[in-house]
Structures are given as C-alpha cells and as structure tokens.
Design a protein around this ligand. Structure first.
Ligand SMILES: C[S@@+](CC[C@H](N)C(=O)[O-])C[C@H]1O[C@@H](n2cnc3c(N)ncnc32)[C@H](O)[C@@H]1O
Length: 213
C-alpha cells in the first residue's frame, strides 16, 4: 500500500497540482509562539503558512512518508527564509513525537490513505496537549465503497479507495477520544461515479481533569 502511495506522490512532488481537499487554516486561529504539526505535509504549502502564523517564536513540523515531497517542502521553506520549520519522515499511524508535543495539528487530504484511521486519530490525541485542537480536511463517502475498490492499492493511492463513510470516519475520531467534533466545512462531489464529501473538521483534546490546558 505504502509503495503505491509513495510512488504516486514522488511523481506529484515536482508538479504544481493542488493536492488539498479543504482550507483547514481558514478555520484555525493560531497564536504567536504556538507549536503546530502538519500530517502529510506534501510540498509544505500549509506548513509554511502555519509557520508564518505562529511567527519566529513558534515552531512548525511537517511530516510525510514520501521523501521527494519532503525535499520539495524543505526547499520551499528555505526559499521562504523560515527557520522555525522542520520536516520529518514518518507514518501518520506511528508518529515519532512525545506525548503532548503540539498545540495544534493540521492535515489536508491525507488520512484517507491510512489503513487504520482510528489509530491515526489516537496518535493525534496523544501528541496534542490537553486543550489542544486539530483542524483536518479529508475525503469521505456517503455510502461504503465496493470491495473491489477497497482492495485496489492504486485506488488507495489516488485518494479514492481508502475513503470510508462519514459516519465511520466520525466514529473513529470519537473513539480515539475526541468527544466533540465539529464539521466546519463540507463540500459534496462525485468521484469515479461515487458520492464523496470533502469535510473540514475541528476537534479539541479535552483539558486535563485537574484543569491543565
Ligand atoms: C493529497 S497529498 C496532500 C499534501 C498536502 N497536505 C497538501 O494539502 O498539499 C497527501 C500526502 O500525504 C502523504 N501521505 C500519505 N500516506 C501517508 C502516511 N501513511 N504517513 C505520512 N504521510 C502520508 C503523501 O506522501 C502526500 O504527500
């Protein structure tokens, strides 16, 4: 599965195609000095925008599984003269970060590629500070996709075969610990004859019981 994904995105890395499915930074108010993680950062477009929002006292990390994407993202950050960004190679199902490392986590059109979406959201929960929030855009479906599509690795790489229904996706997030998830934007569209929805979601890791935020 990862082979088809990295192969697709290695080819995309040097293109100008839009790989996003939502405008998650439109719904995330970042303060100066905050720490942000961008899951599946691709060429780093939103990583760089987030770094500008948190300013020189903040810190932004972009993570991606495709080395060629990380090369492009590092070059773009250098060109932008931003020294508060770091890029890390990794898998969204096993994040290489300590618990409670980030104030905010963003991701745009990435988690549909993951086999275990609940594990991804458990990792998001673990890496957010109590009181921290995520704004994530992703593709989901209205109805379950047929097994033939679900079992096609190339369809998974194409932001298609890995999409689950909106109900299943939201259940995964709630089961991971985010009891309150808001849909802040929704766009319905057709992909290969199936009804898809692009969702932008906001979730907050509850503050600790002792009041720590
Ligand atoms: C559709 S692109 C979106 C890129 C970027 N977020 C944007 O909006 O332009 C999906 C990205 O997710 C990365 N990706 C896919 N599966 C991943 C995984 N399991 N772990 C980390 N990154 C992954 C791909 O390499 C690719 O760069």
């Amino acid at each position: 599965m990862h082979e088809q994904i990295t192969s697709r995105y290695t080819a995309e890395s040097s293109q100008c195609s839009n790989l996003s499915c939502g405008g998650n930074l439109d719904y995330l108010i970042l303060a100066a000095g905050e720490s942000v993680l961008d899951l599946g950062c691709g060429r780093g477009r939103e990583t760089i925008a987030a770094a500008r929002m948190v300013g020189p006292t903040g810190a932004v990390t972009g993570l991606d599984i495709t080395p060629a994407m990380l090369d492009q993202a590092r070059a773009a950050a250098r060109e932008a003269g931003l020294e508060t960004i770091s890029f890390v190679h990794g898998d969204i199902e096993n994040l290489p970060f300590a618990d409670c490392s980030f104030d905010a986590i963003i991701s745009n059109c990435v988690i549909n590629h993951a086999r275990n979406k609940q594990k991804v959201y458990e990792e998001v929960y673990r890496c957010l500070q109590p009181g921290g929030r995520f704004v994530i855009s992703d593709a989901v479906t209205r109805e379950p996709l047929p097994e033939s599509v679900k079992n096609d690795p190339q369809a998974w790489a194409d932001c298609f075969g890995g999409a689950v229904t909106m109900e299943e996706y939201l259940n995964n997030i709630r089961t991971a610990g985010f009891s309150d998830v808001q849909i802040v934007h929704r766009r319905d569209y057709d992909k290969n004859g199936y009804a898809f929805i692009s969702l932008t979601l906001l979730g907050i890791r509850p503050p600790d019981v002792n009041g720590q935020v």
